[in-house]
Ligand binder design. Sequence first.
Ligand code: ZN
Length: 396
Amino acid sequence: MNVMEESGLLVEKLEETLKHIKKLSMRTYLKFLPKIELHAHLNGSLNDKILKELGCEEDSIMQYKKLTQSIDKSDNTLQECFDVFKIAQNATKTQESVYLATKSVIEDFVRDGVVYLELRTTPRSEINMSKEEYIESVIRGIESLSGSKEKIFVKLILSIDRRHDKKTSEESLKIILKMREKYPNIIKGIDFSGNPNAGEFDAALFEEARKNGLKTSIHCAEIQNDDETKRILEFGPDRIGHATYLHPLYGGSQENWDLYCKKKIPVECCLTSNVVCGTSQSFPEHHIQEWINGSLPFSINTDDKGVFSTSLSREYQLVQRHFKLTGSNLWQISYDAIDYSFASAKEKEKMQYYLLQWLYLCHDMIYKKVDPNIDDDFCEGIADGFWNKLHMLEQQ
Ligand SMILES: [Zn+2]
């Protein structure tokens, strides 16, 4: 099927879907909007259903989601946030469970209207699974659902854990590079993540990764640490995650901010994650507004949609609501994120064309039905059904 046929199908399906609908919520519009997710950790993105299928007890599932119960008070600590990831790790200790978990996460993103996804995960070994086998299992999940015949492209970023010592990190990099040779179209980048209170950024290690053709996305300034933030900015990754304490109004140093403004590195913003973990005070006080006001490069992301009970359309809605953005502003944010992605030039072109087609053919059709007074979840199922149907048609 060529792109024009695809666009025709899109309009046809959309007309049919919207025929009897008079009004839509903003949230439903945002589910229809094709979106780009650049910052999603596999183990933090599992939904309740898959956790249950993988044998997780009800108590542990409650624990996995408990952080979001105190979102308004935001009295969680980063340590508590990192502790809950162990629950998902305990549920994915075999190759089959890693494969099923990966598939389930991708399916969730498809239902939410995500057309391009970069998943990230730290390779780990278990009693019956080596780090290579762990990576292979994730890739098997990705290969079963991603590609030009599907409605989503999925790429993989492999992470170096901040808690690991130099030797372990170097060994991890070796494995990552070896696996990348085997799967160059899927493994695209390397990340530095984990509890920001542990370890420190090793520029030489990431320089080695970069020399070998990996893109770099580094969690940066999640806590106040001007010294490390400076070293990360000087290294100049392709993207940085969070950047919470970078702007001087949010606890960063003027020196680092000046350096950032020179480099203009795209930031992966994750609103719910920051507010739930207490590193941002509230949604209206989130640092994303400095990027919006200053026309600096950023994307909107979920971080851990399972742990934080969120979705990418919900994150878009938070930005829309708290910073008064229009439908076309949100479309532009999604469109710009394509450029910041680690997709190939050809894939970027295809996605940009798809989003432009969507803007010309579908945007107005949906947006004119949006009524700001309607409940958030009203009609959300319509968009779910739309993406599911389109997905199935594409596979025929
Ligand atoms: Zn993250």
